[in-house]
Design a protein around this ligand. Structure first.
Ligand code: ZN
Length: 450
């Protein structure tokens, strides 16, 4: 009875919010959890679930997994609307259930916040878990990276017998392996992609504290790490990007090895970091029994998710929007931007709770790479902390005459619409929501939660 009422109330609340022209799953999910605290466990029991957690790449990895499972003939539900905390997941499970709790779709792809993971994972008992990476993210909310790592470790313990797909190149994530022993499947990138960044989130061995040595670097602290003192080092992954044939603004082509077999993989999302997401997704679905060839084929048909590298045209501006929220994610977006020197750049920095109220992270991101060798481009700064952003760019080497400050969402949309050619817009979370709604109304695109 409680379950019935909780599902009913959740559905009604969601419908009412839609009538009011609002999306959102937080309130309906909270109501359902209040009435039936174990609703997540009860509704997910009949489901075969694959969960994705980690700091960066969760959303894109989930979209890839969803596509791969769909192409392989599995009809799946996913928590696509954004809030990947327990209440949002509860609301999406209610939406997937009839009033008796019977699921409509029996396979679930669930993106889960690292902090909520230890609780949700224990309740959902997923068949497989993918851990993408661990970076410093919104320190005021999550604490140190080791705290995040511990939260994931506890979640995996509570999940019981789940297959665990871990990033072999991330010394933090890979250290979770001994706890899952024979159920681990590693993914990674076998070739160098970049330089070490000046600030590493994990410079020292998680086991003995000695400084790591690297055979090669991919991103930030990811790569071929090895501890010279205790010998803790990267494990050869089952799913690995072994070569990169091309990288372009529309996508890339890579060679991916899956359990000893090498496949050529066109990936329809740009940015070398999407190769990590691709490897993670392939590891996840092949752990569930999807054929490698089928999974690789799906990579050519991935559409970008909510705000994570989204493209549209506005007037004569070809806009790419990338959500940024921490130094590592920002570095990846900057690396993409540095590869498109003719593009104008728009940075929108807010300091809302969902962004992390401490914006000092911008000093850890490598904005310098945009101005190396005297490169210049048109730049707009906006958001509640536009002045901090402007100062950061000045220190990074921007010519102050190239930087404009634009305040207000409508004014910013006007300014973007007046640009020509490639434009890369990089907002933080609470800056993205109103800007995206404003741009969507001009472009004529559906709101994201529909
Ligand atoms: Zn060590």
């Amino acid at each position: 009875m409680r379950l019935f009422l909780a599902i009913l109330l959740c559905k009604l609340a969601r419908a009412a919010l839609r009538l009011l022209g609002r999306g959102g799953t937080a309130l309906p999910g909270s109501l359902a959890l209040k009435l039936c605290p174990d609703i997540v466990a009860r509704l997910s029991r009949p489901l075969k679930t694959i969960m994705v957690t980690g700091t960066n790449g969760k959303t894109t990895t989930c979209r890839m997994i969803e596509r791969m499972l769909g192409d392989a003939g599995f009809d799946c539900m996913a928590n696509r609307s954004g809030p990947n905390l327990e209440r949002g997941i509860a609301a999406d499970l209610c939406a997937n259930a009839g009033l008796t709790g019977r699921p409509r779709k029996r396979v679930a792809v669930i993106e889960c916040d690292e902090a909520a993971f230890k609780r949700v994972c224990g309740e959902m008992k997923p068949a497989a878990v993918v851990v993408t990476n661990i970076f410093r993210d919104q320190l005021d909310r999550y604490g140190e990276v080791t705290h995040t790592l511990e939260s994931i470790r506890i979640g995996l313990e509570r999940a019981g017998g789940a297959l665990v797909c871990l990033n072999a190149d991330d010394s933090l994530v890979a250290s979770l392996a001994p706890d899952a022993a024979d159920r681990v499947r590693f993914f990674g990138i076998d070739v160098p992609l970049g330089e070490a960044s000046a600030v590493s989130d994990a410079p020292r061995c998680i086991i003995c504290g000695a400084e790591y040595e690297y055979k090669y670097h991919t991103f930030a602290h990811l790569g071929g790490f090895c501890c010279p003192k205790c010998g803790y080092s990267r494990t050869e992954p089952e799913v690995a990007v072994v070569g990169v044939d091309s990288l372009g603004p529309e996508g890339s082509v890579a060679e991916i090895r899956v359990d000893g077999e090498i496949y050529t993989a066109p990936v329809s999302l740009p940015g070398a970091y999407n190769l990590y997401n691709a490897a993670a997704a392939v590891a996840g679905v092949t752990a569930l029994g999807v054929g490698a060839e089928s999974a690789i084929k799906s990579l050519a048909h991935i559409e970008s998710g909510f705000g994570r590298m989204e493209r549209f045209e506005l007037g004569e501006a070809k806009v790419t929007m990338v959500l940024v929220k921490n130094p590592a994610g920002c570095d990846r977006a900057l690396e993409y931007l540095a590869g498109v020197p003719e593009a104008a750049a728009v940075f929108c920095l807010n300091d809302g709770t969902a962004d992390g109220t401490d914006v000092s992270w911008i000093w850890d991101a490598g904005f310098e790479r945009l101005f190396s060798g005297g490169q210049r481009r048109e730049i707009i700064v906006s958001g509640t902390r536009a002045d901090d952003m402007r100062l950061r760019l000045k220190y990074a080497g921007a010519d102050d005459g190239d930087v404009r400050t634009v305040r207000g969402t409508a004014e910013l949309a006007d300014a973007i619409a007046a640009l020509r050619g490639q434009v890369c817009v990089m907002p933080t979370y609470t800056a993205m929501l109103p800007l995206r709604a404003e741009l969507a109304s001009r472009v004529g695109r559906k709101e994201f939660w529909k």
